[in-house]
Design a protein around this ligand. Structure first.
Ligand code: BDR
Ligand code: CA
Length: 465
C-alpha cells in the first residue's frame, strides 16, 4: 500500500469520516503503516488450483518516531487446494523454522502505537500492590529510582510472607532507597497501607525469600538504622480505603495499578469499592503462566496459586464489557506479565558482586542488593543451577514504564480455581481455531515475548549496578 506521510497526506475520503470516527474535525496521523507485498503463485505439475504465497514486509512508525519492522508469510488457496496449502504451511514451519502468528497485523500495529505513545514526559502515576518478597523489593527499588513513575502508594498483600511482615518490609525498602538515593530525597514518600491475607491458607514462600521475606536483612545489625527509619513510615491506613481515596481524587484513567503478589487485595477492593476500581487506567499483574509450566505447581504460578479465587474475580471483573461512544471496551485493561516472560530475565550473582566491588563497601544500594538477594539466589542455585535469580516482579514495573520491553497479545483468559491438580492454572485460549472462540472475551493482555537484555540493562541502570 501507499505510505501516508503526514496529517495532510491522509486521503480526503478518510478525512470525511473524521467526525463520525472521532468526533473531531480532522484526522491526526498517529502512525504510518507500510506493507510491501510480494505475491508468488505456486503450482505443482499435477495441480489444477495454485497456492498463493504472500511475502509481507511491514514497518510501523508512530508520529513520535517509534519504529518496528517485521516479515510474515501468508498462505492462501481455494478450497480445492486446501491440502496443498496445509502442506506448504507445514514445510515453511519445519524447513524454515517459521512460527505461526497469533496476532493480526492490526493487533501488532496497535501494540507499536501503544509502545510509541508510552514514553511519557511526566512520570506515570502508579499504585503498587506487593507481597514483598526479594524480587518485590527489587521491583520497588527500581520503581522508586527510575524517575519514570510517580509512586502514590504501596499496598501490602500477604503472599511470600504474612501481610504485616510485608508491610514492614515495604517500609524498610522505601527507607533504604530514600536514604541512599540523593536525587530521590526531596520527592514525596509513597503512602504505605496494609491489605489482606490470601484466602485459602496456602503456605507462604519464606523458604525461598528468607525468614523475613527480604533475605534476612531486617535481622542484620548493620541494617537497624533503616529498620528504625522505616518505623516512621509504617502503615496507618487500610489499603482499600487509601486506594479508593486516591482513585476518587484523581481523574478517571490516570492511575495504573501494578501488582506483584496474589490478587487478594484487588479482589477485596472490587467487592468493597468497585466504582473506584473502574477509574483505573489499567492493571499490570505479575502472575500466571500461559504457554509454559508453573513454578508453585506444574500448572500454576505462585501469585495465582496463592489465591485463584481472587485472580478469577479480577479477570472476570476487568473484562466485563462497557459501551463507550460507538464501541465496546473492557472495563479495566488487564495485562499479565507471567513466567513466560519473567523466566527470561535474570540478575546474576556475578553482576551484583562486580557492582559491590566497583562501588566499594560504603555504597548503599549495591550492597543492599547483594544482601537482599543472597538467600534467594542460593535457592535458585540449589533448585535449578542458576547462580542468580529471576526478575519476576521488576519486569512488571519495567512493563509499566515501557511496554515495548514485552510483546503482549489479547486472549480469552480463565483462571482455574477448583482443580485438584490444576488449581491456580491460568488458561489462555490460544487455539488456532476461530470457530469455537469467545471473541467478546478476548480482551486480557498476556505478555509472550521480552527484550531480555534491554530490560536487564535498564534494570541495572536503575539500581546503579
Ligand atoms: C512470583 O512469586 C513470588 O514468590 C515472587 O515474588 C513473584 O511475585 C513469581 O512467581
Ligand atoms: Ca511478589
Amino acid at each position: 500500500g501507499r505510505a501516508v506521510k503526514g496529517a495532510d497526506d491522509i486521503p480526503a475520503g478518510l478525512q470525511a469520516l473524521a467526525p463520525l470516527l472521532t468526533g473531531a474535525d480532522a484526522l491526526q496521523r498517529i502512525a504510518t503503516i507500510r506493507n510491501d507485498r510480494t505475491r508468488l503463485v505456486c503450482r505443482g505439475p499435477s495441480q489444477s488450483e495454485p497456492v498463493f504465497l504472500h511475502l509481507d514486509r511491514y514497518t510501523t512508525e508512530t508520529a513520535a518516531g517509534h519504529k518496528e519492522e517485521g516479515c510474515e508469510v501468508e498462505v492462501h488457496a481455494a478450497p480445492q487446494a486446501e491440502q496443498a496449502a496445509l502442506q506448504m504451511g507445514m514445510f515453511l514451519r519445519n524447513a524454515l523454522g517459521l512460527a505461526p502468528i497469533r496476532q493480526s497485523k492490526m493487533g501488532r500495529c496497535l501494540a507499536v502505537i501503544r509502545g510509541g505513545l508510552a514514553t511519557p514526559s511526566a512520570p506515570k502515576k502508579v499504585i503498587l500492590d506487593m507481597d514483598t518478597g526479594v524480587d518485590d523489593a527489587l521491583a520497588l527499588s527500581m520503581a522508586l529510582r527510575s524517575g519514570c513513575l510517580d509512586v502514590l502508594a504501596v499496598t501490602a498483600v500477604g503472599g511470600n510472607v504474612p501481610v504485616s511482615q510485608v508491610a514492614s518490609n515495604i517500609a524498610v525498602v522505601v527507607a533504604m532507597v530514600r536514604g541512599t538515593s540523593k536525587t530521590w530525597r526531596t520527592k514525596s514518600v509513597p503512602r504505605i497501607a496494609i491489605g489482606v491475607e490470601p484466602g485459602g491458607g496456602r503456605r507462604d514462600a519464606s523458604d525461598v525469600h528468607g525468614p523475613d521475606g527480604i533475605g534476612g536483612v531486617t535481622m542484620r545489625r548493620d541494617y537497624q538504622k533503616w529498620v528504625r527509619a522505616a518505623r516512621r513510615l509504617r502503615p496507618r491506613q487500610d489499603a482499600g480505603r487509601l486506594v479508593a481515596e486516591l482513585l476518587q481524587s484523581h481523574p478517571v484513567g490516570e492511575i495504573t495499578l501494578v501488582t506483584t503478589g496474589p490478587l487478594s487485595n484487588v479482589a477485596d477492593w472490587i467487592d468493597k469499592f468497585p466504582e473506584a476500581v473502574i477509574r483505573l487506567k489499567a492493571i499490570i499483574a505479575m502472575g500466571g503462566v500461559f504457554f509454559d509450566c508453573g513454578n508453585r505447581s506444574p500448572a500454576a504460578e505462585f501469585n495465582i496459586h496463592a489465591d485463584p479465587t481472587a485472580a478469577r474475580k479480577v479477570v472476570e471483573f476487568c473484562r466485563a464489557p462497557v459501551m463507550e461512544r460507538y464501541v465496546w471496551r473492557e472495563r479495566v485493561p488487564l495485562t499479565f506479565v507471567g513466567l513466560d516472560v519473567t523466566h527470561r530475565v535474570t540478575l546474576l550473582r556475578s553482576k551484583v558482586e562486580q557492582a559491590a566491588a566497583k562501588h566499594g563497601r560504603g555504597s548503599g544500594l549495591a550492597r543492599f542488593v547483594g544482601h537482599l538477594t543472597a538467600h534467594y539466589m542460593n535457592f535458585y542455585r540449589r533448585n535449578e543451577g542458576l547462580d542468580g535469580c529471576y526478575l519476576h516482579d521488576p519486569l512488571a514495573i519495567g512493563y509499566a514504564i515501557n511496554p515495548t520491553f514485552c510483546k503482549a497479545e489479547q486472549f480469552h483468559v480463565e483462571i482455574e480455581d477448583k482443580g485438584e491438580f490444576t488449581s491456580g492454572a491460568s488458561v489462555a485460549d490460544y487455539r488456532p481455531t476461530r470457530i469455537f472462540k469467545d471473541r467478546g472475551k478476548e480482551v486480557t493482555w498476556v505478555c509472550y515475548q521480552v527484550r531480555a537484555s534491554d530490560f536487564e540493562a535498564y534494570f541495572h541502570r536503575c539500581l546503579g549496578l
